[in-house]
Ligand binder design. Structure first.
Ligand code: HEM
Length: 415
């Protein structure tokens, strides 16, 4: 999807189709969300097959839907590609579980993903990123978006305990789960792509656990941690291990690459911001936060209303599916000054790119550290970056991202 919006004239909200994949692959949803925030903060859409959902687009409403599990439950599923199908993993997969069980499981898993815990990975991650960037510096065209798909596995593969020979397959499978209609990833129909990829990923973790149990030993990895951790007073069940391992793989793989590509594109389009970041490396943490806000790679998450509920000036019936549009909340003018301006010096930046409330991204410290190191190493090595072809956007209404971003980078002269 275009991250720098065009003009939003003549938008008829009654005709807007938020599930139209063209809107994200070649269109421009931001002007639509702008009008929705102003005129229809609660928007209702019925799909041709009869499924229906309500959308909230304002910052405060998005926080309320994501943050209050009593009004809006995660237990029937949270991903819009599964709209209308009750989640078979409810209560077993952390993301599809409400407190209090969610709190127990999250506390147990989270000890390995705190900022302090991931800091010990810093130098390892830096070495991996330096190697990753090497081919970008030989002066030829380099497709950053295509290459960046491998970045999370390079970074998080060893942390999770996944051998390098499996990385490519897992990258492909996780992309299939999140963008089942994109021609780069789909296998047959959208439903078949989702079913195959979901099954393969859960089986992968199940087999990994079986192997580890029969081999014995521990490697201190995150998957080992899932096998040994206690949530409440009992270990996780095998089903919980398989689902949560799947969820960590998915969370790690499908978002960070798009934040990298979208932020680099924003810098290419704004050379003055690129120069500023290069001249003042102390701005890199705020460049990362602005990149997270700007790209909002997890474009939305869904909840179901537990009871009839008033929100956004309207009513959602009990059981209604509510989509919280994170991409829109992060451009809400009541929260951000000049929200459609990419500004690496933005000081008030309480974006919700990692969500809000109990399900706030458990991988945020790892993602932030990866992004910071990526931009530190990139800006130190590269003097300029130019586009060398049209960016191609992901065909997905769930993940905002790119499949191709051909660039040519020139080495920085001081090196
Ligand atoms: C730029 C990178 C990332 C973005 C934008 C992002 C975004 C998000 C968002 C918006 C949520 C909230 C979901 C909800 O409310 O239902 C979330 C949850 C989650 N993320 Fe991330 N994420 C990123 C990186 C990661 C990484 C690196 C990992 C794994 C190490 C990860 C694993 C998870 C998991 C397991 C959850 C569920 C947490 C829970 O249910 O308590 N994410 N992420």
């Amino acid at each position: 999807m275009r991250l720098t919006p065009g003009s939003g004239h003549d938008i008829d909200l009654d005709r807007v189709d938020l599930f139209d994949l063209e809107l994200y692959s070649s269109g421009d949803p931001h002007p639509i969300w702008d009008v929705m925030r102003a005129k229809a903060p609660l928007h209702h859409q019925v799909l041709p097959d009869g499924r229906e959902f309500w959308s909230v687009t304002r910052y405060d409403d998005v926080c309320r839907v994501l943050g209050d599990h009593r009004e809006f439950t995660s237990e029937r599923g949270t991903v819009v590609t599964h709209l209308g199908e009750d989640d078979v993993a409810a209560g077993k997969l952390m993301t599809s579980t409400d407190p209090p069980r969610h709190t127990q499981v999250r506390r147990a898993i989270g000890t390995k993903l705190t900022a302090r815990a991931v800091a010990s990975w810093q130098e390892r991650i830096r070495r991996a990123i330096v190697r990753f960037l090497e081919p970008a510096l030989d002066g030829d065209t380099w497709d950053l978006a295509e290459q960046a798909h491998r970045l999370p596995m390079i970074v998080a593969g060893p942390l999770l305990g996944i051998p390098e020979r499996d990385w490519d397959e897992l990258v492909q499978l996780t992309a299939m789960v999140t963008a089942p209609s994109d021609p780069h990833f789909h296998h047959g129909s959208e439903a078949a792509t989702l079913a195959i990829s979901h099954h393969e990923l859960v089986s992968y973790v199940t087999e990994w656990v079986k192997r580890r149990r029969s081999d014995g030993g521990e490697d201190g990895s995150l998957l080992d941690h899932l096998m040994n951790v206690h949530a409440g007073d009992a270990p996780l069940t095998d089903e919980e291990i398989a689902y949560d391992g799947y969820s960590l793989l998915l969370g790690a793989n499908v978002t960070t690459p798009h934040t990298v590509s979208g932020t680099v594109l924003a810098l290419i389009e704004r050379p003055e911001q690129f120069e500023k970041a290069q001249a003042h490396p102390s701005l890199i943490p705020s460049l990362v936060e602005e990149g997270l806000r700007w790209t909002s790679a997890a474009c939305n998450f869904m909840r179901y209303a537990t009871n009839e509920t008033q929100i956004g000036g309207g009513t959602v019936p009990a059981g209604g599916a509510v989509v919280a549009w994170i991409g829109s909340a992060n451009r809400d003018e009541s929260q951000f000054t000049d929200p459609h301006t990419f500004d690496i010096t933005r000081s008030e930046n309480r974006h919700v790119a990692f969500g809000f409330g109990p399900h706030y991204c458990i991988g945020a410290p790892l993602a932030r550290m990866t992004l910071r190191i990526f931009f530190e190493e990139l800006l130190q090595r590269v003097g300029s970056i130019d586009l060398d072809g049209e960016p191609q956007h992901l065909r997905s209404f769930f993940i905002a991202g790119m499949t191709h971003l051909p660039i040519v980078a020139q080495k920085r002269k001081t090196l």
